[in-house]
Design a protein around this ligand. Sequence first.
Ligand SMILES: Nc1ncnc2c1ncn2[C@@H]1O[C@H](COP(=O)(O)OP(=O)(O)OP(=O)(O)O)[C@@H](O)[C@H]1O
Ligand SMILES: CC(C)(CO)[C@@H](O)C(=O)NCCC(=O)O
Length: 397
Amino acid sequence: MDAGFHGKLDADQSESLISHLALDIGGTLIKLVYFSRNKDRPIDENKNSKNSVIDGRLHFAKFETSKINDCLEFILSNKLHLGGFRHHEDPASDNILIKATGGGAYRFADLIKEKLGVSIEKEEEMECLVAGANFLLKAVHQEAYTYMDGRKEFVHIDHNDLYPYLLVNIGSGVSMIKVDGDGKFERISGTSVGGGTFWGLGRLLTKCKSFDELLELSHQGNNRVIDMLVGDIYGGLDYSKIGLSSTTIASSFGKAISNTRELEEYKPEDIARSLLRMISNNIGQIAYLNALRFGLKRIFFGGFFIRSHAFTMDTISVAVNFWSKGEAKAMFLNHEGFLGALGAFMSYKKHGRDDSISPQLGQRYPVCKPLVGDKICYPLNGDLSDNDSLECSVYVA
Ligand SMILES: Nc1ncnc2c1ncn2[C@@H]1O[C@H](COP(=O)(O)OP(=O)(O)OP(=O)(O)O)[C@@H](O)[C@H]1O
Ligand SMILES: CC(C)(CO)[C@@H](O)C(=O)NCCC(=O)O
């Protein structure tokens, strides 16, 4: 478990302070986003309207889907499930609905009802990914960055020049979505060779017990031991005529064809490195080809496969840069794994009633202007280094 909110609130506090729990239940991980109101800040009510702005924090947490019971226990013990809403047409009903997206919103609806006593309001997964990405790109300062040769550089997002872009979400599998505006998108491609492939094959080949262990191993490994390089085929020479240097991988895992070495004779760290390189490279290349199909220059990569891991990002960036001859740019997101959960969180606004929650969310940050028409509030401070929670405010209509 990796929860942004640590410890347990006392009973009275949690009921009144926590709201808008949203879940993204994927093939590998469950992501949670919820809002906690600042206890010591009064609600800023505009007496002339029914609207009010509530300051607080957005919290992020994740659990393995295989350990859904731990996740439900976490929700229950902190009373997060009470931060849902009652149905518009039946406000007197005791039935609380919480927003959820991802395949698990279907798979675990009955279990959630049984364990938490709340119903799931399902939100479409691709819509949530896009809503989450658009929100982060527009409202969160220093959210997107490039990563190349060990250098992270934040990208300034011009709100008037954001679309179109390609969103590549690398979860268990990979979805590639062309985004043309708020709610305007098309899933143009996907591949089953994704994060689940890396973790699944990696576990079988290295006997690693956790994803983090596999990533850590890949850090220490040398892929040249297993990958067949152009130089291995060309006697140490570059194949300059077609633009391949001797160090380019000619064939991922190609050296493992040798019948003199068995799996146990390869170091797990070298296997992990080759595997990470193979999968990141492949996704980078498919992403570029799809960007090319639609003339997209900006590619944002999200999903928990990335994990802000230097080697993963570097490989993807190099692949995009190499294939596009420097024309397209790979960008990454600080809240990479929470796009879907954030999108589900944002969807609470569709259910506003006078006395119920209807957030228009935004970070308060002095340099961002509120977006006209989007009702995004001013940021409160610039502390965005903490991935576990964000200072923000919700707009209650
Ligand atoms: N702690 C972790 N445990 C397992 N996998 C992890 C972990 N951290 C990162 N990952 C990687 O992230 C991937 C899951 O990413 P993500 O949560 O974005 O997808 P998902 O929603 O589970 O999948 P999908 O959208 O395809 O249903 C895993 O397949 C793995 O590669
Ligand atoms: C099936 C989903 C959308 C579930 O999140 C994801 O795992 C995915 O995009 N997989 C790739 C499927 C494909 O397009 O080949």
